[in-house]
Design a protein around this ligand. Structure first.
Ligand code: GP9
Ligand code: MN
Length: 433
């Protein structure tokens, strides 16, 4: 049984990246607020439409001295979309080749996930705030197996009438109406806010629109509206931050923000081209891939020295990065990502379909592109050998992650000092307090 893990252990040994002293423990003991920016792509950052910034608040955070941000950070989700992003961030293992890991395996698998690790290693209380019903993506069951102590889903808020839209409670209300629960959590806490308003089809009620912000005219309504709901999400964050500052929570909190996956699909990207200063007729698969960048920011209000890193990485890398920032070692865990701040960080980004991207190259179904020119290249023998090596590593990594999850192998390995999660300990009460 445990021998099935030998390939995984071998990979972990060569994959492990030791923490960078400069960053290790920088956020030790702080509360952690994870903000999941639904469908939010990196190109929105610093973007102006009709002379106005789409996300002025996030832009300020992005450039702030108190933020470590990344501009070559990619989403790596598959068909499980939001749930794949969540799985990667909580466990540093990949989603499945087909479907959603949360839906397929979340009820029964053994996890060694962030909420349990943080609780056992550093006494963190954990909770998720989300304006949709708990059963969506099988979150209610998966979260219990991950060790989430509380899940404040739609049933905890008034979602009647125009308070909710599309996938649930509007973001401004989610932040506002969850505060009464947040305030009762024992500190330090590890909490996650899953926003929903910036989700396809990007509709918004008139009353929630900023009269000073005008959508672009791209020739595609979905694309136009994407900017409007992204602007609304930005405003909701500004309001939440003003709460964090007013209450003093800000100064002992690390806020981690990330985008889960694209909002604009490949087939709609050509409508974006002009907004991005490109010719829609020259749009290629290479360009689609470049748009898979999403934000990743670590904001510690009141601190200095932050900067924008150009390191290449993806969602798989977040957990070791976060744990090291909190001063929690990761060597004993099975994690496929590596700390983005580590000098040994692995800068190959693996997509779920085996495509990959590095600082220099993008490889899509075996076709190689030069990141600098965006042009296809015919590799010579030497480059071809290098490429094959990267491809082998990507395939091996995805394969090992899949076998780990599909065979539920973590049940055969309990890291030193880790106590298996007992899902029966948690009862989310479904709002019936
Ligand atoms: C729903 C939300 C959306 O609860 O998280 O999920 P997605 O469609 O983006 O996967
Ligand atoms: Mn999503």
């Amino acid at each position: 049984k445990k021998s099935q893990l030998s390939g995984v252990f071998k990979f972990m040994k060569k994959n492990y990246a030791k923490p960078n002293k400069q960053f290790y423990g920088k956020a030790k003991g702080k509360n952690v607020i994870v903000i999941h920016l639904e469908s939010f792509q990196q190109f929105l950052i610093d973007k102006k439409v009709n002379g106005k910034e789409v996300t002025p608040f996030l832009n300020k955070l992005y450039h702030s001295q108190s933020t470590y941000a990344f501009d070559n950070f990619f989403n790596e989700v598959g068909q499980g979309k939001t749930s794949d992003a969540e799985n990667m961030l909580e466990t540093s293992t990949y989603g499945l080749p087909q479907g959603s890991l949360f839906s397929q395996l979340g009820s029964d698998n053994t996890f060694q996930a962030a909420p349990a690790i943080l609780n056992q290693r550093a006494g963190y209380t954990s909770a998720v705030f989300h304006g949709n019903v708990a059963s969506f993506w099988n979150r209610n069951n998966t979260y219990k197996n991950m060790g989430y102590q509380y899940f404040f889903d739609a049933s905890y808020y008034d979602t009647s009438g125009d308070k909710s839209l599309g996938f649930g409670l509007k973001d401004k209300l989610l932040f506002n109406d969850s505060v009464k629960y947040l305030e009762r959590l024992q500190q330090p806490f590890y909490v996650k806010y899953l926003t929903v308003t910036n989700h396809f089809p990007f509709s918004l009620d008139k009353e929630d629109m900023d009269p000073n912000f005008k959508a672009p005219d791209t020739g595609n309504k979905t694309v136009d509206n994407y900017f409007v709901t992204a602007h609304y999400l930005d405003q909701s964050l500004k309001e939440f931050y003003s709460y964090l500052y007013k209450t003093g929570l800000a100064k002992n909190t690390l806020v981690m923000l990330y985008g889960d996956h694209y909002g604009i699909s490949n087939s709609e990207n050509k409508y974006l081209a002009k907004e991005l200063g490109k010719d829609p007729d020259d749009w290629t698969d290479f360009d689609n891939t470049q748009l898979q960048r999403v934000p990743l920011m670590f904001n510690m209000p009141g601190t200095k020295g932050g900067r924008i890193s150009h390191e290449y990485g993806g969602e798989i890398d977040v957990l070791p990065t976060l744990l090291h920032l909190l001063g929690i070692s990761t060597k004993q865990y099975i994690q496929f990502g590596t700390d983005l701040f580590s000098r040994e960080h692995q800068p190959v980004v693996a997509f779920r379909n085996q495509d990959w991207i590095t600082k220099k190259y993008t490889c899509l179904s075996g076709t190689l592109y030069d990141n600098h020119t965006g042009q296809e290249i015919q590799p010579d023998k030497k480059l071809k050998a290098k490429m094959d090596k990267i491809q082998d590593r990507v395939s091996e990594e995805l394969h090992l992650s899949d076998s780990l999850n599909q065979k539920n192998l973590l049940r055969f390995y309990t890291p030193k000092g880790f106590k298996s999660v007992d899902a029966r300990k948690y009862n989310y009460a479904d709002g019936l307090l």
